[in-house]
Design a protein around this ligand. Structure first.
Ligand code: NAD
Length: 478
């Protein structure tokens, strides 16, 4: 067993105590081996985590903003100091290459630094009604206890981008990480404790029963906010449950990003962008380029250059030096993606590279390129969540904008082209985010989020803090 895995707490963290017996196996998708066995919370344990968050809420809301910020700042520094531990753990839990896991540590930690600085800038307004007869005073208050549900694909960053703004705003939190990747969140708890976290301010439970434990917390009137990152179908189910108590929600859901290469694009830059937008995190990002639309005049050349780069891409366990593409999260994911590729080929697509799972232990699919993808195939409309480039061509800008927008999703999009034209196309895309001549836009200081069935609310930046604040208004005569 890896040394860092041996040191990770395996219990739930509730009300400042580590509780629960090991019962749930966490596996390494690169070889199928059990990494650790952790606690498997039942409904009563989940509710006890909310009890702790509710009890700690008034004192935390009343803690000086500077002190809340200092806690986050110390935690940021401790995460950075332990970069190797966090990175190794994420690579072992979910398969991404170690270099990318280090990148996630920097990105994930930054949410704590950013919100340590925002904690002291929360303020209301003081003004006068137009009639001149009334004062209008507004203030910002923490929404109250928060339930945060995180996915497996970015185990650290998805937790810090919820916990950071919640703590800055003065909210207490219950976190439920994905059962595939709980260890990173447990290490994060250890770091928060070392940074001086008061009892009950953040609580974590790990479980194989997400459905019932989550439903119990969402039904509890003491909970004031649900923040979820994950798939659209689960998000929809949680929204239905949240309607009962009219719970405030933030939803970061699935994506289906178009990646548009205009005729005037610098093709080398577009290929670089495509490699990042598609292959990062083994293709398992909500922001991953999903539908490639390449202008017919440059499509053959773009495909040739991309294939040149991907042909010798190093596939293997993320922990090994030089790995560029690691294991997918589990065998089922590989089978689902191969099913999408086969369906595309049955609809006339040409398979240029990859497309078959790698033999041997671990859940590996090599880089895959499909051209001539039909709009009738499933891959043209479903989120792939793996290392498959699915290319279509287009002839006119109006046509590509219409096709790119013809999706129920609206999270991320990319445009490569001459700057002025790329910006004009970007303005017409119905997406929460557009990368213009870049394959990577995520940044703690920028508002991250989507339109349509990609969700509601924003994470990061000031908008991300607003998600955890209520506006309170005091009216009084002048
Ligand atoms: P998922 O929806 O299966 O799981 C997400 C979380 O929800 C996990 O913690 C899981 O245990 C929990 N969960 C599953 N079923 C539940 C239920 N019935 N009730 C309560 N909780 C439940 O998603 P995933 O496979 O872990 O993540 C991949 C998805 O997340 C993709 O669709 C991806 O696009 C999306 N995602 C979105 C963003 C974003 O910011 N928009 C970021 C990362 C991932």
């Amino acid at each position: 067993m890896n040394d860092i895995v041996k040191q990770i707490p395996t219990q739930n963290f509730i009300g400042g105590e580590w509780v629960g017996e090991p019962a749930l196996d966490v596996r390494n998708p690169a070889n199928g081996e059990v990494l650790a066995t952790i606690a498997d919370a039942d409904v009563a344990t989940a509710v006890s985590a909310l009890d702790a968050a509710v009890e700690a809420a008034p004192a935390w809301a009343d803690t000086d903003p500077r002190d809340r910020g200092e806690l986050l700042r110390r935690a940021f520094e401790l995460i950075i100091e332990r970069t190797d531990d966090f990175a190794t753990l994420m690579t072992l839990e979910m398969g991404k290459p170690l270099a990318e896991a280090r990148g996630e540590v920097a990105y994930g930690a930054e949410f704590f630094r950013w919100y340590s600085e925002e904690a002291v800038r929360i303020h209301g307004r003081f003004g006068r009604a137009p009639s001149g007869q009334q004062r209008i005073i507004t203030d910002k208050k923490p929404v109250g206890p928060v339930f945060a549900i995180t996915p497996w694909n970015f185990p650290l960053a998805m937790a810090t981008r919820k916990i950071g703004p919640a703590l800055a705003a003065g909210c207490t939190v219950v976190v439920k990480p994905a059962a595939e990747t709980p260890l990173t969140t447990l290490l994060l708890m250890e770091v928060l404790v070392e940074a001086g976290l008061p009892k009950g301010v953040v609580n974590v439970f790990t479980t194989s029963n997400s459905k019932e434990t989550s439903a119990a917390l969402i039904a509890d009137p003491r909970l004031r906010k649900l923040t979820f990152t994950g798939s659209t179908p689960v998000g929809q189910a949680l929204l239905r449950q949240s309607a009962q108590n009219v719970l405030r929600t933030s939803m970061e859901l699935g994506g289906n990003a178009p990646f548009i290469v205009l005729k005037g694009a610098d093709l080398d830059a577009a290929v670089e962008g495509a490699l990042v937008a598609k292959m990062r995190n083994n293709g398992q990002a909500c922001t991953a380029a999903n539908r490639f639309y390449v202008h017919a005049d440059v499509a053959t050349e773009f495909e040739r250059r991309l294939q040149d780069r991907l042909e010798n891409w190093k596939v293997g366990p993320g922990i090994e030096d030089g790995t560029q593409l690691g294991a997918l999260i589990h065998d089922r994911a590989v089978d689902d993606i191969v099913g999408l590729v086969d369906d595309a080929v049955a609809h006339g697509a040409k398979l240029r590279l990859g497309g078959k799972r790698l033999e041997g232990p671990g859940s590996f699919l090599p880089p895959t390129i499909l051209t001539d993808v039909s709009t009738e195939s499933r891959i043209a409309s479903e989120e792939i969540f793996g290392p498959v480039v699915a290319m279509q061509t287009f002839d006119s800008t109006d046509e590509v904008v219409q096709r790119a927008n013809a999706s129920n999703f609206g999270l991320m999009s990319y445009v490569f082209g001459e700057e002025g034209e790329a910006l004009r196309v970007a303005e017409r895309l119905e997406y929460g985010m557009v990368g213009i001549n870049t394959g990577l836009v995520s940044n703690a200081a920028a508002p991250f989020g989507g339109l349509k069935q990609s969700g509601m609310g924003r994470e990061g930046s000031y908008e991300g803090l607003e998600e955890y604040l209520e506006t309170k208004y005091y009216g009084m005569p002048l």
